[in-house]
Ligand binder design. Structure first.
Ligand code: PXP
Length: 237
């Protein structure tokens, strides 16, 4: 069974909607760990729209499971990663106008920049993963950087699965997984995975880790809402 990395960014998104101190993503990370998360994933975006520098610092100091910090190959966030030293850093593309990480990193088009970022992180003792589309050319370039892992972007698969047409995308993911395994690189995957579509991806041979955020946080809100209302009513009585 693959490891489950729980992405807690959405907890910080709710907090930032009011610029207050709740809900705390560090607290959420601890609860995820109690629930059996094998790792905690968080994305320090350049615009700091959800996770803040303080979250990275306290979370890495607090949780006992491995941490996976997603970041762009940009000097300021690379410096923070090297200073805070998560277990793993995942290099992702970043555009300010996007809602979430919409495509994989263009490592084939920016080989020197990405390789330099991989080496900078590795020299700080951090394992590196690259978030890539299941595109043979990108995978080849990604493997050549010497990164320890590649996380396959499952967004296209998730989109197809929602329309009942996942077969072609699953074939793509399996082919990409084979290419990654053959290179001896660790195979991870994530993005858009849900309670409905996770199974075929979890079954891919050699799958080491799945990073899942939106679907888990969405479910947590739903299964916790009844109790939260009851608690408020009790206080009001
Ligand atoms: N993996 C990476 C690299 C991501 O950027 C994200 C989204 O932040 C995820 C996994 C999790 O995606 P989702 O929230 O759709 O489960």
């Amino acid at each position: 069974m693959p490891r489950l990395g729980v992405n807690i960014d959405h907890v910080a998104t709710v907090r930032e909607a009011r610029k207050t101190n709740e809900p705390d993503p560090v607290w959420a990370a601890t609860l995820a760990e109690l629930g059996g998360a094998d790792g905690i994933t968080l994305h320090l975006r350049e615009d700091r729209r959800h996770i803040q520098d303080r979250d990275v610092r306290i979370l890495i100091e607090t949780v006992a499971v491995p941490t996976n910090l997603e970041l762009a190959a940009a000097a300021d966030v690379l410096a923070i990663a090297c200073d805070r030293r998560p277990t793993q850093a995942t290099l992702v593309p970043e555009r300010r106008e996007e809602v979430t990480t919409e495509g994989g990193l263009d490592v084939a088009g920016h080989t020197d920049k990405v390789t330099a970022a991989v080496q900078q992180l590795q020299s700080a003792g951090i394992a590196v993963s690259l978030f890539l589309d299941p595109d043979p050319r990108q995978l080849e370039a990604g493997i050549a950087t010497g990164a320890e892992a590649i996380e396959l972007h499952t967004g296209a698969y998730a989109h197809a699965a929602a329309n009942g047409k996942a077969v072609d995308q699953l074939t793509e993911l399996n082919r990409a997984a084979k290419q990654i395994r053959a290179a001896g690189t660790t195979l991870n995957a994530g993005h858009g995975l849900t309670y409905r579509n996770v199974r075929p991806v979890a079954e891919i041979e050699g799958m080491h880790e799945l990073n899942i955020g939106h679907s888990i946080i969405a479910r947590a809100m739903m299964v916790g809402l009844e109790q939260a209302v009851r608690d408020m009513k009790r206080l009001m009585e």
